[in-house]
Structure formats: structure tokens, C-alpha cells
Design a protein around this ligand. Structure first.
Ligand code: SF4
Length: 337
């Protein structure tokens, strides 16, 4: 077993032929010297092949090092950014995540549970730079299809993109995380156009449904460290799960959050209920036959699987009421869709 500083195991590293000469490949191989290295010709073919079992692979995920040939930038929607109406884009330096949240939509999106890591990040940055030259500032999420901060000790993608944002001041760069690995950024000066977003859940919810992710307490401490260091900070409570006692759990979670953080300096908070698009739930149910969460009696409407309307309203009202005790309403966004 090979353990990374974040506590995750990589016993095998698949290295695409084209990825072999890149410095990031070299770095990963140096940091994980005991992993078995398997040369392959086509990383995407391996990642996308049929008849894989996402959850079986998650129990011992492999790294697949690959060269991305583009497109490097994808248009995002409100699902990517829940805080405003800038033009939204995302990049995918890594597909899949070291964590394994039970509700994660990546299970419905990717055939494989392994991590597909791009070693030619420079090409992504060139594409982002060229878009910037053409159209000026935009919103860029770099951790939409992964938790990049959790991987930072192996490849410093967050650090590189933060430096990129420093040189592109009209860009708004978002890094969203359930990690507590803020120490990885400790020597970086905060950047005015970079926003760190901690995704928070009550401790019992995170322990049960967000496997591998940092505890609520540790995420909160990491967010506080970032806030005290001067980083722009946003929070999200998403998805809110209507587990037994959910009203008290989320109320207490929000109270504890604002006991630890300076609410004045929290820029914005978004929240939303469990929801999945398209046929993701069908695929996820096949992978997770034992999950009461995924096999609950969800409502499907307009390509969205979620709670019933009155349940959504109840969550909206309860969470909003808790948030209003700490924040100006203009800072609160309910996300749905
Ligand atoms: S942290 Fe985010 S990307 Fe990672 S498994 Fe959880 S929901 Fe998915």
C-alpha cells in the first residue's frame, strides 16, 4: 500500500506513453516510488472502457497519468458556480476524486473510479490565458470534477492556478474543497481574485456519506486558517440531506461554523438539497445497491432527481432561517437545478 500525505492509497500508476516525458509524471513517480508502474498507450481508452465498476475501483483507486488533448476549457452552469452570474468555465486537471461521497455525481458521469490526472497542465493554462485575452475576465472552477486541494501534496495544481490567477487579475478563480489541506498553501500570499470555498456538512453526515473527506471540524479549522491568512472565503452547505434529525443537525452545524469563522468576512454562502441530473441516479443505484440514500423514493422532474417540492421548501426555509442569524440575506444563495 502506498500512502500519500492525504492518507490515500495508490498501488498502481498507469502511465500513458505520451505522458512519460512530462515533469509531473516524473514527480508522481518520485513521490510514490513503491507503486507498480504500468505503461499504457491510451489513458482515455483505459479510463472510459466499458464494464468497469466505479465503486469496486474506489476501494483501491489507481492513478492514470495522461496527456489531455483538449478541449481544455468547458462551459459550466449554475451547477459549477452557485454564487453569481459571470460567464462560467471549468477545467479538469483531474477527473475523479480521492474522496468517495455517497451522493457524488462523478459516479454517474465516469465509467471508472480511478483518477485520471493530466500531466500537461501547461496546455490548459495556455487555453485559459488565450480565452482571457479574447474575452476578458470570467469565472473559472478548477475543482469541479475532483477535490484538487486534497491532491495538492502530490501535484500542486491549486498553487499553480493561484499563481495563474495572480497574473490574470480579471479572472475569478474558485477552488472548492472538503479537504483540510490548507497547509499546502501556507506560504502563498492570498490573491484578490481567488476564492476558496469550503463545502461543509454536519459531522454525522460527513462521517457517513462523505467517505475519506476531512471531518467537519477539520474543514472548519482549515477554513478559519485560510480566513485568518486573508484568503477570500465562501462556504457551501450542499447537498443538504434530510437524514433523521436534519433540522437540528444543520442548525447546529451552521451555528458552529459561525462560532469559528468571522461571518463578516465570509463573502457568500450557498446551499441546496440533494439533486442529480439525467440518468446519473440509475447508474449510481446499480453501483450502490446497499445505499438507502440513493435508493430512497426520489422525485424526478425535468431531468432532475431530488426531494419533493414541499420537502425542498422545508429545507430552504430551515437552512435560510439558520443562516439569517449570522449573515446578511444578500450573501445567501439557494441553489437548485
Ligand atoms: S469531495 Fe466532491 S468530487 Fe470528491 S467525492 Fe465528494 S462530492 Fe465528489
Amino acid at each position: 500500500m502506498i500512502e500519500t500525505p492525504t492518507g490515500h492509497h495508490f498501488t498502481h500508476i498507469y502511465v500513458e506513453e505520451a505522458a512519460a516525458p512530462f515533469p509531473d509524471t516524473d514527480r508522481i513517480l518520485r513521490l510514490l516510488p513503491q507503486a507498480t508502474v504500468v505503461p499504457i498507450s491510451d489513458a482515455r481508452a483505459l479510463f472510459n472502457r466499458r464494464n468497469q465498476h466505479f465503486q469496486a475501483q474506489k476501494s483501491n483507486p489507481k492513478l492514470i497519468l495522461s496527456v489531455d488533448h483538449g478541449p481544455y476549457l468547458y462551459r459550466g452552469s449554475e451547477r459549477v458556480q452557485s454564487f453569481g452570474d459571470h460567464q462560467v468555465y471549468y477545467v479538469a486537471p483531474i477527473r475523479n476524486c480521492v474522496y468517495n461521497c455517497e451522493y457524488c455525481f462523478l459516479q454517474g458521469m465516469h465509467a471508472s473510479g480511478d483518477l485520471l490526472v493530466t500531466v500537461n497542465n501547461q496546455d490548459m493554462m495556455q487555453a485559459a490565458s488565450s480565452l482571457y485575452r479574447d474575452r476578458g475576465g470570467y469565472f473559472l472552477s478548477i475543482s469541479y470534477l475532483t477535490d484538487l486541494m486534497a491532491f495538492e501534496s502530490l501535484l500542486p495544481f491549486c498553487r499553480r492556478w493561484i499563481e495563474f490567477a495572480r497574473e490574470h487579475p480579471e479572472l475569478l478563480l474558485e477552488i472548492r474543497t472538503k479537504s483540510d489541506n490548507v497547509q499546502a498553501l501556507r506560504d502563498l500570499a492570498p490573491v484578490a481574485n481567488v476564492v476558496l470555498v469550503w463545502s461543509l456538512s454536519p459531522e454525522s453526515v460527513s462521517r457517513k456519506h462523505e467517505r475519506g473527506a476531512a471531518s467537519f471540524r477539520n474543514r472548519l479549522l482549515a477554513a478559519r486558517t485560510a480566513q485568518q491568512a486573508g484568503w477570500r472565503l465562501r462556504l457551501c452547505f450542499d447537498p443538504v440531506l434530510r437524514v433523521p434529525g436534519w433540522k437540528d443537525l444543520y442548525h447546529d452545524c451552521i451555528s458552529e461554523t459561525f462560532r469559528r469563522l468571522n461571518g463578516e468576512a465570509v463573502e457568500q454562502v450557498s446551499f441546496g438539497v440533494f439533486r442529480l441530473h439525467g440518468d446519473f441516479l440509475d447508474r449510481m443505484r446499480k453501483l450502490y445497491s446497499q445505499s438507502p440514500l440513493l435508493h430512497a423514493d426520489w422525485q424526478r422532474r425535468d431531468h432532475l432527481t431530488t426531494y419533493r417540492e414541499e420537502e425542498i421548501e422545508e429545507v430552504r426555509h430551515a437552512v435560510q432561517t439558520s443562516l439569517y442569524r449570522h449573515l446578511d440575506p444578500s450573501k445567501i444563495t439557494f441553489v437548485h437545478g
